[in-house]
Design a protein around this ligand. Structure first.
Ligand code: HEM
Length: 746
């Protein structure tokens, strides 16, 4: 028998879950990791072979007739290698093409039997494996992470009752109410068809043309123009199931449910100017952040929240629960946190896992069911249809990342790339030749049974009048924002509509914005050098049928039960901590001669608080402090940039400060951090850099004399060696994330 150097004594080189990196906390019993391990391959210590297992002894030269002769058709090694390479691409997702994913697990806090019979929501001791993919919607596979866009938040739970996919977004509502408009929406937002410009951006005519004719999108537009669309990290954003679903308990009782994911690191964004710069400096910013956090064992965590509505209360709201452009404000139905998800392992192979994973809103398990939300209903068709072509046939459920850990038995057979070798004579049911196997499962045996919803209706193509309030919740969202966040929405609209070339589109948008909030529309108009039209020449919703009575289909405004909801904003949102700087990246600007004590003290203080200190210097290599301490430069001013960090510290040391003052990129670094409202600290001679950057007065006076003080919101300095107070203030400042009030003073 031929043996590879590291070949195990028997069987193939398979690992179990316990052997895989990051499996800490899982234990060896993790079903999905063991399942994936059946397909993992690691070439370490092995010979190179062809796909037929034949060892190759020359991978440098093709087979030729003579030294300089033509290549021979006979060269099966060359042909196999090149042919495989030629077929390595599959179509990217038609939407959500750009994504990154991670493995983890979910645990429920207490049994949810009162509400649902879903098995994975019963036992707090059970860790259900999950695979989660985050994505942007509009951009292609290689587009930047920091595009202004909705983020997909898709979770596959590998439950004992089969796979359950919660295919959500980081915003709780959607642009459209009916699936029939989805292709139009996506055609409008994707690059324009004649010149394929712009990539991963909604700031162009076709998107706003469509939106300005779709008043139902106004609530979602408020979310996408808000800072939610430019998250600081995938680990710091909420997730939502968007649609109203159903929970069904063992007794068959149904209730409505909306799903939420609440990030334990809080809810944070970057500034729009920063987002655009990150797109150049590090287009993989979110992907890298997720990857590095998991590699550093800073496992991202979210709590799963549910809003449960009794069946009898279906019609007790001033909006329709089936309308995906509406939220249920948390003030009306609180979010109950029922469990926690932890992501603790990066994929082994991007293509095999992140690219080939197939989420489907229609993958549900007993205890969960759909509602007749007309957007959800369309999605139930769409995912399987698209995956059939994206993954090349009907057997993509056999791809390791997609296959359930629950046993799978049915009479489906054959098709491209079939992996399963089904034994036996029968592939139909009922049969007698196989004793009727595989059997149908009764409800008590976890057989899925659809909720017996009563439907008694005429077949019509129409929108329910209960869906016609397109503005109330857009107004609620805008009014609920803090002043800086409102400014950001206004500026985002000025940016996006400023890129629109057709005046009529801007005008229609300004009119629609005035239906949300007059001041909002006026301020956007000011930025555009335009005026808000008092009325439009044509009906507001041009997509209504020509023979419809416009009075019946015009948007109307419902009475809102609440005026504002603090849970909708990001700044001071009561649902999230404001005292946490865990996993934040802090730049230390240093050069040779830095103040060793200051660097050591601040580094330790930040580490203790869970943040990371990284040095940025005029050059790479090892730097020497004033007392001889050595520090490795993690970045130079060429490889690091202020937009890649959460806060900046400039320690003292006369030589270090003098070198930084002579470095235009260092001055730019702190100036940009200031502009993006980040916390900045400086001590000793480091304060001089802030003076050079024009952030504090150059001359004596108050600043020069005093020791410890805050010179601007979020800018703290200490002229003397009072590191303890400085570190406290710095950490408090970072925990506030951004000091947006600086924007108000310019
Ligand atoms: C009728 C409306 C919709 C249609 C037709 C639709 C269709 C699609 C399609 C075709 C894909 C690509 C799937 C693949 O190739 O594997 C996709 C991905 C996705 N959709 Fe939708 N979608 C709709 C609405 C929504 C809504 C409302 C949400 C959020 C609640 C959503 C969330 C996602 C996510 C997160 C992905 C990416 C999944 C992944 O990471 O692979 N979609 N959608």
């Amino acid at each position: 028998m031929i043996k590879g150097k590291n070949q195990p004594k028997s069987g193939s080189a398979k690992t179990t879950a316990a052997d895989l990196p990051g499996s800490g906390g899982y234990g060896a019993n993790d079903a999905k990791l063991d399942d994936l391990a059946r397909n993992t391959e690691d070439s370490a210590g092995e010979y190179l072979t062809s796909n037929q297992g034949v060892r190759i002894n020359d991978n440098q030269n093709s087979l030729k007739a003579g030294d300089r002769g033509p290549t021979l058709l006979e060269d099966f090694i060359l042909r196999e290698k090149i042919t495989h390479f030629d077929h390595e691409r599959i179509p990217e997702r038609v939407v959500h093409a750009r994504g990154s994913a991670a493995h983890g697990y979910f645990q429920v806090y207490e049994p949810m039997a009162e509400y649902t019979r879903a098995d994975f929501l019963q036992d707090p001791a059970v860790k259900t494996p999950v695979f989660v993919r985050f994505s942007t919607v509009a951009g292609s596979r290689g587009s930047t992470d920091l595009a202004r866009d909705v983020r997909g938040f898709a979770v596959k739970f590998y439950t004992q009752q089969g796979n359950y996919d919660l295919v959500g977004n980081n915003m709780p509502v959607f642009f459209i109410q009916d699936a029939i408009k989805f292709p139009d929406l996506i055609h409008a937002v994707k690059p324009e068809p004649h010149n394929e410009i712009p990539q991963a951006a909604s700031a162009h005519d076709t998107f706003w043309d469509f939106i300005s004719l779709m008043p139902e999108s106004m609530h979602m537009i408020m979310w996408v123009m808000s800072d939610r669309a430019i998250p600081r990290s995938l680990r710091m954003m909420e997730g939502f199931g968007v649609h109203t679903f159903r929970f069904i308990n063992e007794q068959g009782k149904a209730r409505f449910v909306k799903f939420h994911w609440k990030p334990l690191l809080g809810l944070h964004s970057v500034a729009w100017d920063e987002a655009q710069k990150i797109s150049g400096k590090d287009p993989d910013f979110h992907r890298r952040d997720l990857w590095e956090a998991i590699e550093n064992a800073d496992y991202p965590e979210w709590e799963l929240g549910v809003q449960i509505v009794e069946d009898k209360d279906e019609h007790s709201f001033d909006f329709d629960l089936l309308d995906p452009t509406k939220i249920i404000p948390e003030e009306l139905v609180p979010v109950r946190r029922i469990g926690k998800m932890t992501l603790n392992r990066n994929p082994d192979n991007f293509f095999a896992e992140t690219e080939q994973v197939a989420f489907h809103a229609g993958n549900i398990v007993p205890g969960v069911d759909f509602t007749t939300d007309p957007l959800l209903q369309g999605r139930l068709f769409s995912y399987l249809a698209t995956q059939l072509i994206r993954l090349g046939g009907p057997n993509f459920h056999e791809i390791p990342i997609n296959r359930p850990v629950a046993p799978l038995h049915n009479n489906q057979r054959d098709g491209y790339m079939r992996q399963t070798v089904n034994r036996g004579q029968t592939s139909y049911e009922p049969n007698s030749l196989r004793g009727g196997c595989p059997f149908q499962a009764g409800t008590a045996m976890h057989g899925f049974e659809s909720y017996a919803e009563r439907i008694d209706a005429r077949k019509i193509r129409a929108r329910s009048p209960s869906f016609f309030d397109h503005f109330s919740q857009a107004t609620l969202f805008f009014k609920s924002q803090s002043a800086p966040e409102q400014n950001h929405i206004i500026n985002a609209l000025r940016f996006e509509l400023g890129k629109v070339e057709t005046p009529a589109i801007r005008e229609r948008m300004l009119f629609l914005l005035s239906e949300i909030d007059k001041t909002l529309a006026k301020r956007v108009a000011e930025g555009l050098g335009a005026t808000v039209p008092a009325k439009l020449d044509q009906p507001i919703n041009m997509s209504i049928p020509a023979d419809a009575d416009p009075r019946k289909v015009q948007p109307k405004r419902a009475k809102q039960e609440i005026e504002t909801s603090p849970t909708l904003r990001m700044v001071d949102n009561p649902n999230f901590p404001t005292d946490n700087i865990k996993t934040r990246k802090i730049a230390f600007l240093i050069a040779d001669g830095f103040d060793d004590d200051a660097v050591a003290y601040m580094r330790q203080a930040l580490l203790t608080a869970g943040a990371a200190a990284l040095t940025v210097a005029p050059r790479l290599g090892v730097l020497t402090g004033a007392k001889g301490e050595e520090a490795k430069a993690d970045f130079s001013f060429l490889t690091g940039s202020s937009v890649l960090f959460d806060a900046v510290y400039i320690p003292g040391g006369d030589a270090s400060a003098a070198a930084l003052k002579g470095e235009p990129e260092a001055i730019n670094f702190v100036g940009e951090a200031y502009k993006h409202c980040k916390t900045i600290a400086a001590s000793g001679a480091g304060v001089e850099l802030l003076k050079s950057a024009g952030l504090i007065p150059r001359t004596s006076g108050e600043v020069a004399k005093s020791d410890q003080q805050t010179v601007h919101p979020g800018v703290v300095i200490s002229q003397e060696a009072n590191f303890s107070q400085l570190a406290d203030d710095f950490i408090k400042g970072i925990a506030r994330h951004r000091h947006w009030e600086r924007e108000a003073v310019g």
